[in-house]
Design a binder for this molecule. Structure first.
Ligand code: NAD
Ligand code: TDX
Length: 351
């Protein structure tokens, strides 16, 4: 029985990961430590809340007393650190919390794991700290080329700078202490349960509510999109097969301009959901400050060394995603009205 400490498991990717893992394995237990910021939503975990192999802990990864207690109470085998402030636009307005959670929170987790896993000058075997990182740490590309694991880090936003700093600290624990770590750097994710501040759920929600669709700048910035379940599968493989100390890029060679994404969403909704929605909703607005032009991941290493490949192509993934939001209007209403933030009190009474 392996025990996972998943942080940020009530967010978009973390909640998909917790459910994917509990579905796939009977012989694991997961402790989900989440602060339930605006981005954390326990409704995402409704289907597993009574699973005997799942425990929720409400708290902050920066709280060293709490984190140490979790390690004292449980024999944690793997840490999967999703917890982060994750939205670039918010980081431009309020950088401080990004530095605190994304850097100091990661250091707090590393220290607790290092102490709990120490075995003389070495570490107990079978332990691993997996840092969930992002392609944004590499900065931006022009119209050609790809990010490889050896591309120098050159982040531009406070968000990506805080994530790059965290990556370097995680790497330093390997270089200095030989702590067992891996880092995964994934491209843009999309899929169910993504908070509607990010491009794809925002556009779906605005279309369904006949609101304007804000396109930053000229709309020709390129992102490399991956269906969230494929990211979860990659993390599972890196935990089980990743070579200690290594970084793995995760992506599926699926580049789209923002305009292409928005038009795809509009056209699907127009044809299948609401014929009154059309491209006239598109509206060009002021550009994001320091807006990275293009991200594109080279996933050759994880494919060649660990055998991971994406399984859901964009054409299928975007339909699954739009259909999920159409079927789960209540989820979106709770999120956009703030009602989801009462969920913890209602469903976790007395725990
Ligand atoms: P998210 O914003 O949806 O979720 C973040 C979660 O972390 C929330 O549940 C939130 O409550 C929790 N959290 C925030 N601060 C915390 C703290 N101090 N202590 C404990 N919990 C805290 O983010 P996401 O999109 O699911 O991203 C998850 C991770 O994956 C992040 O580390 C992000 O940098 C990385 N990532 C995201 C993408 C993407 O496209 N979304 C791509 C690559 C990497
Ligand atoms: O309203 C919008 N209009 C718009 O044109 C929004 C919200 C975004 N955009 C553009 C900006 C980007 O070029 O769409 C693109 C995608 O924007 P986001 O969804 O904010 O994602 P991005 O900035 O690329 O960062 C995401 O991918 C990497 C995640 O938020 C990060 O957590 C992850 O690390």
């Amino acid at each position: 029985m392996k025990t996972y400490l998943v942080t940020g498991g009530a967010g978009f990717i973390g909640s998909n990961f917790v459910k994917y893992m509990l579905e796939k394995y009977d012989d694991i237990s997961i402790i989900n430590l989440d602060k339930l910021t605006y981005a954390g939503n326990l409704e995402n975990l409704d289907s597993v809340k009574d699973d005997k192999n799942y425990t929720f802990v409400h708290g902050d990864i920066c709280d060293s007393t709490l984190v140490e207690k979790i390690f004292a109470d449980h024999d944690i085998d793997y840490v999967v650190n999703f917890a982060a402030e994750s939205h670039v636009d918010r980081s431009i307005r309020e950088p401080e919390v990004f530095v605190k959670t994304n850097i100091l929170g990661t250091v707090t987790l590393l220290n607790a794991a290092k102490n709990a896993w120490a075995d003389g000058d070495s570490f107990k075997s079978g332990k691993k700290f997996l840092q969930v990182a992002t392609d944004e740490v590499y900065g931006a590309l022009g119209s050609t080329g790809f990010f490889t694991e050896t591309t120098p880090l050159n982040p531009h936003s406070p968000y990506s700078a805080s994530k790059a700093s965290a990556d370097l600290v995680v790497k330093s624990y390997y270089d200095t202490y030989k702590m067992p770590i891996n880092i995964t750097r994934c491209s843009n994710n999309y899929g169910p349960y993504q908070f509607p501040e990010k491009l794809i759920p925002l556009m779906i929600n605005n279309c369904l509510n006949h609101k304007k669709l804000p396109i930053y700048g000229d709309g020709l910035n390129v992102r490399d999109w991956l269906y969230v379940e494929d990211h979860c599968k990659a993390i599972d493989i890196v935990i089980n097969k990743g070579v200690l100390g290594e970084v793995y890029n995760v992506g599926g060679h699926n580049e789209r301009t923002n305009i292409q994404i928005i038009e795809t969403v509009i056209d699907y909704i127009n044809k299948n959901v609401d014929s009154s929605v059309d491209r006239s909703l598109m509206e060009f607005v002021e550009d994001r400050k320091g807006h990275d032009r293009r991200y594109a991941i080279d996933p050759a290493k994880i494919k060649a060394e660990l055998g991971w490949e994406p399984e859901t192509c964009f054409e299928d993934g975007i339909v699954l995603t739009i259909e999920w939001y159409v079927k789960n209007k209540k989820w979106m209403e709770n999120v956009t009205s703030g009602a989801y933030q009462n969920y913890y009190n209602e469903y976790y009474k007395g725990i």
